[in-house]
Design a protein. Sequence first.
Length: 96
Amino acid sequence: MAGAAPGAGGGAVRAAFLLATGVGVYVMAGSTGFVAVLLVPVAITAIPLVVDGRSTRRTARLLAAALLLGWVLVSIASVGLLYLPSVLLIALSATR
């Protein structure tokens, strides 16, 4: 993709590839926006850490698992599947 010749649809193919990969758009644009995108699941995972009480912590774990699953589904085309083990482990911890 990097060596695509200008003209003859090379730019359109590259743009479609970058849009399909999601994170590639942020990296190729040269911005630091991809760091903010990757911090979203980290912030979601921290929700149970700031909650006190046994029953509310369990609820917070279930909420974090649901939100992280939503994150996986939204970003499945780029980095979403990498967070699937985290979803499973948070859901497992909520059942204990």
